[in-house]
Design a protein around this ligand. Structure first.
Ligand code: AMP
Ligand code: MG
Length: 345
């Protein structure tokens, strides 16, 4: 029996600040875009107007960057793959493409947005997803190579080198959108806010009382809102990738949405979730996907080599590892008693 489950919210927030404190002008908003629920909590004047502006921006980004948006920039790029023509794209799309290439280089191809043909073939979110046959998977691996994304930055143009190639920004676009939300808050003079785009969390400042935001890290084997620990953060983003977000189970095997570009199959690196904590959500989003594919040792090495980036890894044998910079801000708190926090390795 095939079971497909889509979980929209990956991180559970514990908001300890009282929302009824009118002097703080707390405003909460929920909307739906980029295939996920978006939650905003904003403190300050004109919060409703600001949250509307953020929602408008996210919808705009969705129409530009989503693979499923006909006529959008990524759609144009994909449709012209291999025909030699350059597509004029906006600055934001070029920025995200360049970021994606940077993290592909850093992860030696574990993160690769030209994974599109394989994502389409697996179609994990379909009503009745099927395991594709091995020869189809193997032939599509050949189309996956981020070095085939050609960018002429000066003229804001890009093209894909080979016919059939497809760029899929599903592993990075939400992070970029979260960064844009934070910019909009700042532009309006907001100093305390959070946004959660289906697990891509960004917070601006601390809570209005000056204390840090407390963000729960989703327990990857329990329903949404059950967590394995909490992080105290200010002016940071927290992004999780996990095998529980989108998957189906067939013959007792979990087929999830994060693919290993080298095998064409769902990544099987010994991790069930990775969480990245850093300043820019676009970076965190790419890195959470990349480290999930790389596994604990290589993933840890990658994040430890980048300044200002921290991570939490949860392994298939239910151990939790954190990078050293989180020691004072991570609290292990696993109600399920399933997980073991490994303090030192
Ligand atoms: P995330 O939830 O951020 O880890 O992103 C997962 C999404 O990114 C998938 O649903 C695909 O759309 C896409 N994706 C899957 N595997 C990869 C990969 N190895 N590199 C880049 N994007 C990927
Ligand atoms: Mg990602």
């Amino acid at each position: 029996m095939i079971k497909c489950k889509i979980l929209f919210i990956l991180l559970f927030f514990i908001i300890t600040t009282s929302c009824s404190n009118s002097s703080n002008n707390a405003f909460e908003d929920q909307s739906f875009a980029m295939g996920t629920i978006i939650t905003q909590q904003i403190y300050g004047n004109d919060s409703k107007k600001v949250s509307d502006e953020v929602n408008t921006k996210i919808h705009e980004l969705e129409s530009i960057m989503t693979i499923n948006a006909p006529g959008g920039e990524i759609d144009k790029l994909n449709n012209s793959a291999g025909d030699g023509s350059w597509n004029t794209l906006n600055k934001e799309t070029i920025y995200v493409l360049k970021k994606a290439i940077k993290f592909s280089d850093l992860s030696e191809g574990a993160f690769d947005i030209t994974i599109g043909p394989l994502v389409k073939k697996w179609n994990i979110s379909a009503e009745n997803p099927q395991v594709p046959n091995d020869s189809e998977v193997k032939s599509l691996i050949n189309l996956t190579n981020y070095k085939d994304i050609l960018i002429d930055e000066q003229n804001l143009q890009a093209r894909l080198a080979r016919k059939g190639q497809i760029v899929d920004l599903g592993g990075i676009a939400k992070g970029y959108a979260a960064d844009q939300a934070i910019s909009i808050y700042k532009k309006h003079g907001i100093t305390s806010a959070y946004i959660n785009l289906g697990g891509n969390v960004s917070v601006l400042g601390g809570k209005p009382d000056g204390s840090p935001w407390i963000v729960g890290i989703q327990n990857p084997r329990q329903p949404i809102g059950r967590y394995i620990g909490t992080l105290k953060i200010r002016d940071k983003t927290i992004v999780t990738s996990g095998d529980y977000e989108r998957y189906f189970i067939k013959d007792n095997i979990r087929y999830h949405h994060i693919l290993n570009p080298k095998t064409g199959y769902p990544a099987d690196s010994g991790l069930i979730s990775t969480t990245i904590i850093t300043g820019l959500s676009v970076d965190a989003d790419a890195l959470s996907t990349a480290t999930f594919v790389l596994g604990l040792d290589k993933g840890r090495k990658l994040v430890e080599g980048i300044e200002g980036v921290e991570a939490i890894f949860v392994t298939t044998n239910k151990e939790i590892f954190i990078t050293s910079g989180l020691k004072n801000i991570f609290t292990f708190d696993d109600e399920s008693k399933e997980f073991k926090y490994v303090k030192e390795r």
